[in-house]
Write a protein that binds this ligand. Structure first.
Ligand code: SF4
Length: 213
């Protein structure tokens, strides 16, 4: 059995990958290192969920630090970048550099990440960050695999439903939270417009009934 260090961003993204690895001759160890997540309350919800889930599966889990100030320093100047832009690439580099470092220190020859399972992330950026991180530690390789393929995307959805995983509303950092607030404002604006349109239709229908009565 090959030991693999699996960087995990959360339980929903990890479930199908862990299941597949365990059924296919791999021995995963989860590494939870996500200093990007903000605020701390959100971080703890996500961390506690994957910790409980790994325990349930009997998979070891290593808890990384929540050094959010360090992460903010690393993305300085990229705060206004859109999601899937330069800030996200840098965010992946921070998380995967630390993963490669732990892999090297603990004797894992390969690591991979659940970031490569989310359809909201750019796979090319994840691969670039993973390969760069591995190149910093001789003897450590990044396992560049598309974790959405081979039925894993469907299985991911099924496991989320089965386990009632926490419904994350934004990617993780405060800047993605801002994006969520903007999306919600747009939705509520649209809801208001829909309500007004519905009222106008009802008024018109009532008028035509009263005319014909
Ligand atoms: S949007 Fe997500 S991937 Fe991008 S910087 Fe924020 S937490 Fe990282």
């Amino acid at each position: 059995m090959e030991k693999i260090l699996l960087h995990s961003c959360c339980a929903p993204c990890s479930g199908a990958i862990l299941e597949w690895m365990m059924a296919n001759g791999y021995e995963p160890t989860v590494y939870y290192y996500n200093p990007n997540i903000f605020p701390e309350k959100e971080y703890l919800i996500r961390k506690n969920e994957i910790t409980e889930y790994a325990k349930k599966l009997g998979v070891p889990i290593i808890d990384g630090d929540w050094n959010h100030d360090f992460w903010r320093e690393k993305v300085k100047g990229l705060e206004d970048e859109p999601e899937r832009g330069a800030r996200c690439l840098q965010c992946f580099r921070v998380r995967l550099y630390q993963t490669a470092k732990i892999a090297s220190e603990m004797g894992f020859s390969r690591f991979t990440t659940t970031l490569a399972s989310s359809r909201w992330k750019r796979l090319d950026q994840v691969a670039e960050a993973g390969n760069w991180a591995a190149s910093q530690f001789p003897g450590v390789e990044y396992w560049d695999r598309n974790w959405r393929k081979g039925g894993l995307q469907d299985r991911r959805g099924a496991l989320i439903r089965e386990n009632h995983f926490y419904n994350q509303l934004y990617c993780g950092c405060e800047f993605s939270m801002r994006g969520l607030a903007e999306r919600m404002a747009r939705q509520s604006e649209q809801a208001k417009k829909d309500e007004e349109a519905a009222r106008e239709k009802i008024d018109a229908a009532l008028q035509s009934i009263s005319k014909s009565a």
